[in-house]
Ligand binder design. Structure first.
Ligand code: FSX
Ligand code: SF4
Ligand code: F3S
Length: 386
């Protein structure tokens, strides 16, 4: 019954969106995908995967496909602040275009500094025009940390010499929804790492409006596109965790979804890179994996056309979707016990176990079980469900 009510609600939202004019070329998504060699079958398979990812029932797949088709109805403004552009690259640079990257071609991207041809005065004019023309309707996506306050001038862009802070505030003001794409925009990221010479902050610190954070350095293309499709489907904010991350993507630890988890539970660890354990794909906890403290769905989505992800490639998770991970998760190739982890996580339980692992007090199997028990106590601080 609940499912039926939700279905009808989302369907109505999509029917209303369908009445809006296409903002770009008058071409359907089917012909757009067809030109790139993507069949309808592949498209529906993709829609099924996104439906699962958004934790919707399988019967909602046609709605997700329809939301993708209507992604050219909502104008999008994408701003770059202080960052490496890895977030855009995550979406766009694949050896063969994925459906996610093709959706990105298809959406009505009114302004994106990396992709547009305009530069200088022209670019500035395009931004002002997009903000004015689509007042109250556009989705704002921002990549990068934002040098702010007295340090705002460290990021000065364009002919008028506006600061990034100014542009982000201006664009936030009339946006219908705001997404911080990547850890830099969500939490400050590498720019904001101690000593933070440019005074970089998260997008949420320069606007009073709600910001949905889509962290990861970079985030996967699926989490970016999924967040967009979720908004197209619902028109409202998704359920968020303590750090304003959508729960459908960041509701579980990397550790909970990890393919090496069986080895962790069995106490089978890589002791140093290149050893026998590494060859056997053992758990990377002792060589610094921060998967137990990191909330993200990387093992499901992977990167590079779903090819691999950090732990599959043989390196531990460095906690890239967590606030202040540059300052709190390092050294990246050492377990947390090698420093005063409790100063960061305030005695939530993980440090005591890490100590035991570090000095080898337990037998191999015991390590896994005890570590598991203690790490399970580590909770997303404001997330009552975990
Ligand atoms: Fe930051 Fe995105 Fe890391 Fe880079 O731009 S999240 S540095 S991957 O690209 O913002
Ligand atoms: Fe996977 Fe890391 Fe957890 Fe080991 S500690 S199971 S490698 S997430
Ligand atoms: Fe980042 Fe860890 Fe995933 S480093 S990409 S959150 S595995």
């Amino acid at each position: 019954m609940q499912e039926q009510i939700l279905y009808e609600k989302l369907n109505k939202r999509l029917n209303d969106l369908e009445k809006l004019p296409r903002l770009k070329e008058n071409k359907s998504i089917e012909s757009h995908l067809d030109e790139k060699g993507v069949s309808r079958r592949d498209f529906m398979k993709w829609a099924t995967a996104i439906t699962v990812m958004l934790a919707l029932p399988g019967s909602f797949t046609p709605l997700v496909a329809k939301a993708a088709k209507l992604s050219d109805r909502l104008p999008i403004i994408w701003l770059h602040m202080a960052e490496c552009t890895g977030c855009s690259e995550s979406l766009l640079r694949t050896d063969a275009p994925t459906i996610d990257s093709l959706i990105f071609d298809y959406i009505s991207l009114e302004y994106h500094e990396t992709l547009m041809a305009a530069a200088g005065w022209q670019a500035e004019h395009n931004l002002e025009h997009a903000i004015e023309a689509y007042k109250g309707q556009y989705i704002l996506m921002v990549e990068g940390g934002i040098p702010s306050g007295n340090s705002a001038h460290y990021l000065t862009i364009g002919g008028h010499g506006h600061t990034g802070e100014h542009s982000a505030q201006l664009a936030s003001k009339n946006a219908a929804a705001i997404f911080a794409i990547g850890t830099c925009s969500s939490f400050g990221g590498v720019q904001a790492a101690i000593p933070n010479p440019t005074g970089a902050v998260a997008l949420s610190k320069v606007t009073n409006k709600p910001v949905i954070n889509v962290p990861g350095c970079p985030p996967s293309e699926k989490n970016i596109v999924g967040t967009l499709l979720h908004y197209i489907l619902y028109g409202t904010l998704p359920a968020l965790d303590a750090y304003n991350r959508p729960k459908w993507a960041y509701g579980r630890r990397v550790h909970d979804l990890c393919e090496r988890r069986g080895h962790f539970d069995a106490g089978e660890f890589v002791e140093e890179f290149g050893d026998e354990g590494a060859k056997k794909g053992y758990c990377l906890y002792k060589v610094g994996c921060k998967g137990p403290y990191t909330f993200n769905n990387c093992s499901k989505n992977k990167f590079n056309s779903h090819m691999s992800w950090p732990i599959q490639a043989g390196h531990g998770c460095i906690g890239c979707s967590e606030p202040d991970f540059w300052d709190t998760m390092g050294p990246f190739e050492e377990p947390v016990a090698n420093r005063l982890y409790s100063t960061v996580f305030k005695g939530l339980g993980a440090d005591a176990t890490a100590d035991k692992i570090g000095v080898g007090l337990l037998t191999a199997t015991g390590i896994g079980i005890a570590a598991h028990a203690a790490i399970s106590k580590f909770k997303n601080p404001k997330d009552g469900e975990e």
